[in-house]
Design a protein around this ligand. Structure first.
Ligand code: FNR
Length: 182
């Protein structure tokens, strides 16, 4: 099962990017994770560009198409997920390609505060309904007080969180196979 990992945060020291990297080291057998790092390079969605999408957009659509499943690590910005992530979803939602259609997915998120990205993930699920992405319902990976869970080098050291991440990856592998994507 080939998973495309997307961090919704662009910043270098992002907890969510670190979470994605941690996931890459906790994969069950038969599952691989490729991080897609092109979010910052995507232009703002413009319907006028749909007939001849910019190169960065075409590359992104191809990455989504090639993936059996998605793993999205989202921060919470103003009770939602970041606009840059919505922008990517908008690009990938349009005909004729619509590579998100029917794609299995898993969500996770980290915040330094206590909110644990609950509202961001809930909002992201709402948006994924319309583009027909099929996210796992369980387990939920909601990480509060993220600064305590990574060491200064950015490694995920909290054992409970590592356990949730393992469960999520196993469940995503099984979900993807069950949906016949691999
Ligand atoms: C935030 N942050 C934030 N946190 C939260 O729990 N709920 C929220 O609604 C918001 N809103 C918000 C808006 C904006 C514009 C920023 C920049 C930040 C704090 C946020 O969780 C924190 O910056 C995280 O560290 C962002 O994730 P990364 O970059 O560490 O992955």
């Amino acid at each position: 099962v080939r998973i495309l990992g997307i961090s919704g945060s662009l910043r270098r020291g992002s907890h969510n990017r670190r979470l994605l990297r941690a996931a890459g080291a906790l994969l069950p057998p038969g599952v691989e994770l490729v991080e897609w790092d092109g979010l910052a390079g995507l232009p703002a969605y413009d319907e006028d560009l749909e007939d001849a999408p910019p190169e960065a957009v075409r590359e992104f659509l191809a990455c989504v198409e090639d993936a059996d499943a998605l793993l999205i690590a989202t921060p919470e910005y103003n009770y939602s997920f970041p606009g840059v992530l919505k922008n990517a979803i908008d690009w990938a939602s349009r005909p004729p390609d619509q590579p998100l259609n029917g794609k299995p997915a898993a969500l996770m998120g980290a915040t330094p505060g206590l909110g644990a990205t609950i509202r961001a993930q809930h909002h992201l699920r709402q948006v994924l309904v319309f583009v027909n992405v099929l996210p796992l319902n369980q387990p939920q990976v909601l990480i509060a007080e993220a600064a305590k869970k990574f060491d200064p080098a950015g490694r995920l050291t909290d054992e409970t969180t590592r356990g949730f991440l393992r469960q999520l990856l196993e469940a995503l592998g099984a979900w993807t196979r069950r949906l016949g994507r691999r």
